[in-house]
Design a protein around this ligand. Structure first.
Ligand code: CTP
Length: 246
């Protein structure tokens, strides 16, 4: 990576947290020991101008708990986080990004993984022409007109990659819905092309410390009833480990 002198290349000392994560994973005997996992978490912020952005209500609590639970299970974990106020989980290498495109770039850079868990609430659209300067309310009564372009679908892209298609990379998607959870989660699993999709009711859990999950795979669905996000994260990680073994 980049070095202070401006050079780029091999030889840069890895971040201490990355070294710790790798050592812990190497020494672990947990169900995911030796596995490398990428987790995305939180919202993305899509700029309108230098002072405004579009976002959503995701807090990152569930995604961060999953990263922590995966590290506890012995995996070496890279967490790609959108802007959140929750702290970086201990024992996890956390990369901070703002936009969906930055999140995609960070995910692609870490994609030699065994498991990808897309828990982030990635913004579906970004503003087409981001203003270089603050858009001013100039008194003319003219309202700004925003037009949007679609962001890349990170999960669908990862799920289409050669390693995901040949089974070397196990992909887990999320669905944050407001209604008809099982129906939407089942359809979303097929649409995204992932073996496992985790559904939750977004408005019932955004920002809170507890949640309820429904796991959908090719065999059917399974509920993880209402509990704290870390408890659910540990249950989810155990379910993923079980499926990998099978
Ligand atoms: N996702 C992604 N990149 C995007 C949009 C979504 O990687 N640009 C991932 C999320 O991380 C999550 C899954 O796709 O794992 C589902 O996200 P969600 O926003 O619920 O689904 P959408 O694709 O937006 O579908 P819909 O608008 O129908 O709800």
């Amino acid at each position: 990576g980049d070095m202070a002198c401006g050079e780029y290349g091999l030889g840069r000392l890895a971040e201490p947290t990355a070294i710790m994560t790798a050592i812990t994973a190497m020494l672990s005997t947990g169900p995911l020991s030796g596995k490398h996992i990428i987790v995305t978490s939180g919202p993305t912020h899509e700029p309108i101008d230098p002072v405004r952005y579009i976002a959503n209500r995701s807090s990152g609590k569930q995604g961060h708990a999953i990263a922590k639970a995966a590290a506890e299970a012995g995996a070496s974990v890279v967490l790609v986080s959108g802007p959140v106020t929750v702290p970086d989980p201990a024992g996890v290498q956390t990369i901070h990004v703002e936009t969906a495109r930055q999140m995609l770039e960070a995910v692609e850079a870490a994609l030699s993984a065994d498991i990808f868990i897309g828990a982030a609430a990635v913004a579906d659209w970004r503003v087409a022409d981001v203003a270089g300067q603050k858009i001013k309310k100039d008194g003319s009564g003219q309202l700004p007109q925003l037009s949007f372009v679609e962001n890349p679908d990170i999960l669908a892209g990862v799920a289409q990659s050669a390693r995901a298609q040949n089974g070397a990379l196990y992909c887990v998607g999320f669905a944050a819905e407001s209604h008809d959870l099982l129906k939407h989660a089942t359809a979303k699993r097929e649409r995204k092309g992932v073996p496992l999709l985790v559904g939750n009711i977004g408005p019932a859990t955004f920002g809170l410390d507890d949640n309820a999950l429904v796991l959908v795979d090719a065999q059917g669905s399974q509920e993880l009833p209402h509990a704290g996000k870390l408890i659910l994260a540990r249950q989810l990680v155990a379910e993923i480990a079980r499926r990998l073994k099978a």
